[in-house]
Write a protein that binds this ligand. Structure first.
Ligand code: MAN
Length: 356
């Protein structure tokens, strides 16, 4: 397998012990999957902080929010025959699914893109209302005009959906609620309108017919989405055979819209790949990498809360128009970064279609 990521020697940039818990009495279990953006001459990350109580030998315990914003701790005996805790991320109990951690989003910033610290005076974003009681996760941040659009996974017993908040100053936010209903996640809005319309990737999951594929849709206002179409599917026998999902907003290049995405196989090995869309009509997929461009390899990517994962939903394109720093969650526990050359990624694309 190919791996063209130039990992930062400073990795992991952040680990759970680096941030205090947001909720008293909780422990930070994981820092992961940051949205990334420029603001106020700095590089910022909106990190997913996943928390749970200190674990007891005999019980699995995890927090759940109530609709009024208060929190309760669920406790299940580890030897309860109705408990299925095979996956570190989810619990199946008495026919219902829960998350083992409760996530919120925290802002950190940096002058150099390597050393990040918490941004004093900027609020954390937490789940609110009945559609976010299991938390909010994996936020993409798209900057369009003077507005930042935050699209994240809103989880509750009602399902896994795409929630949106917008802000101009990172201190006050407008909550647009759920913009795409369950089951859907991995939504990233293009940072430029095309022929007057907003475009976004998203990832519905079909249980029977269909699968975990990347879809594209358009919108007149960036909030209401329609004209959905399926653009990128899983590929039998390849590294992305079980699921695919978009990363951050695609990068506009001379060849088209370049998107970095994650894919996983049945063994839950999460790698990154890339695809290219027509610049004028992003419904047209021009090319896709056959092999991944990044594969879990470093110790901090192999061993962690959920090992063998590199997952990205945030990057920064540098002024040379070639270097992209991809910020990513490693093993669902650490925040890391790696540089890629856009030209090099493009050299691995296999064309199936040529722009008209
Ligand atoms: C899912 C999500 C992500 C997570 C990956 C890998 O896609 O829960 O947040 O990083 O799985 O575990």
């Amino acid at each position: 397998m190919s791996d063209i990521a130039k990992r930062f020697v400073q990795n992991p940039l952040l680990k759970p012990a680096d941030l205090p818990p947001g909720i008293e009495g909780m422990q930070v279990a994981c820092l992961l999957n940051p949205g990334v953006f420029r603001f106020d001459n700095k590089i910022w990350m909106l990190i997913r902080v996943a928390e749970r109580p200190v674990q007891n030998e005999n019980f699995i315990s995890f927090p759940v929010l109530k609709e009024d914003g208060s929190m309760e701790i669920m406790e299940i005996k580890k030897d309860d025959p109705e408990l299925n805790a095979d996956d570190a991320r989810v619990i199946r109990y008495k026919g219902a699914d829960y998350l083992t951690t409760l996530s919120h989003l925290r802002l950190v910033n940096s002058e150099d893109g390597i050393h990040f610290k918490e941004a004093a005076g900027y609020p954390a974003l937490c789940g609110s209302g009945m559609l976010e009681t299991f938390g909010i996760e994996d936020c993409r941040v798209s900057h369009i005009g003077d507005t930042y659009y935050l699209t994240y996974t809103a989880v509750s017993e009602n399902g896994v959906a795409v929630g949106m908040r917008t802000t101009k100053d990172w201190k006050t936010f407008t909550n647009e609620g759920v913009i795409i209903p369950p089951h859907n996640k991995d939504c990233a809005i293009f940072e430029e309108k095309i022929h007057g319309k907003y475009y976004a990737f998203h990832r519905p999951s079909s249980v029977e017919i269909g699968g975990n594929y990347i879809w594209l849709s358009s919108s007149p206002d960036g909030i209401h989405w329609g004209k959905h179409t399926c653009i990128i599917k899983t590929r039998p026998g390849l590294w992305d055979s079980a699921r695919v999902g978009a990363g951050a907003a695609p990068i506009k290049t001379g060849k088209g819209w370049l998107a970095i995405y994650h894919g996983a196989d049945k063994g839950h090995l999460y790698c990154l790949g890339a695809f290219l869309l027509d610049v004028n009509n992003p419904e047209i997929v021009l090319a896709r990498t056959e092999q991944p461009i990044m594969v879990p390899a470093a110790d901090y990517e192999i061993h962690g809360f959920f090992g063998k994962v590199v997952f990205t939903n945030g990057h920064i394109v540098h002024n040379d128009n070639d270097t992209v720093t991809v910020y990513y969650g490693a093993a669902d526990e650490f925040i890391c970064a790696a540089n890629f050359s856009i030209r090099e990624i493009c050299s691995y694309l296999k064309y199936t279609h040529y722009a008209e």
